[in-house]
Design a protein. Structure first.
Length: 252
């Protein structure tokens, strides 16, 4: 008996999972994916579904009854990026690298909300983002919150990312606490290392103080999404691979 399940409310009917399943253990019914009995729980489709609609029914039987309430329904990693036509800013390249590693560890897509030009979007894909939600920078006189808070909030609510990372930058310091408050979740202070508990998918952040002589590990105790600020110069950048493929979509 397989444990792979579909959250039908989140399934957009894109059929990506159907194409990735080499066992043909998924079929579409009424525009929604359905898992067939001979599924072997290989998880290939879990990683492919960019909408977080595939999950383990074994680890969260409650999800079927209340999909909005379970941490199992939150899947994927989102990073906030900034750049221009020449590429991503250095702090954004670092947060991208941190997000890429976590996405690989969790077996999910890495997505980005990018404020910047097409050069920055291509740079993001080449460094490991699977889907870039790109938008042009707001006019200079527009406040950050009014320009980006609502669209970002809408994207996080719609996609239910389990982890959202911000670089240690001025826009992040304004946006991240406001988003955490509106999503009723906790915000990690700037962390210099990030790992995940593979069983609970909980984010473990390391914070350093007193010039690095003191450190402690922090978690948000199961809250979703897990929003963290990433300290600068702590995460080595991923190298760019111009042949890497990813999706670039226009964001609100
Ligand atoms: S990949 Fe996800 S959203 Fe697309 S059909 Fe499969 S379950 Fe639905
Ligand atoms: S878990 Fe593997 S076998 Fe099962 S439906 Fe997904 S891709 Fe197919």
């Amino acid at each position: 008996m397989h444990v792979t399940q579909i959250i039908s409310e989140k399934c957009t009917g894109c059929e990506d999972c159907v194409f990735v399943c080499t066992l043909k253990a998924i079929r579409m019914e009424g525009g929604k994916a359905v898992i067939l009995e001979h599924c072997t729980d290989c998880k290939d489709c879990w990683k492919r579904c960019g909408d977080g609609a595939i999950y383990s029914g074994e680890t969260s039987a409650a999800s079927a009854a209340g999909p909005q309430q379970s941490t199992e329904d939150w899947r994927g990693v989102l990073v906030w990026l900034e750049g221009d036509d020449s590429g991503l800013q250095p702090a954004s390249r670092e947060v991208l690298a941190a997000g890429r590693r976590l996405a690989d560890d969790l077996g999910v897509y890495l997505e980005a909300y990018l404020v910047g030009g097409s050069g920055a979007a291509r740079d993001a894909v080449s460094r490991g983002v699977d889907r870039v939600h790109q938008r042009a920078p707001a006019a200079p006189h527009t406040g950050l919150a009014s320009a980006y808070e609502s669209p970002l909030l809408g994207l996080i609510r719609q996609r239910q990312f389990e982890i959202v990372l911000f670089p240690d930058s001025l826009p992040s310091w304004e946006l991240a606490p406001r988003l955490a408050q509106r999503l009723q979740t906790a915000l990690y202070p700037p962390v210099s290392a990030l790992t995940v508990d593979f069983e609970t998918r909980e984010l473990l952040g390391t914070i350093h103080a007193y010039g690095g002589t003191y450190f402690s590990e922090v978690t948000t105790g199961g809250a979703r999404p897990q929003i963290a600020l990433v300290r600068g110069n702590a995460f080595p950048e991923t190298s760019a691979d111009p042949s890497r493929e990813g999706e670039i979509v226009q964001a609100a």
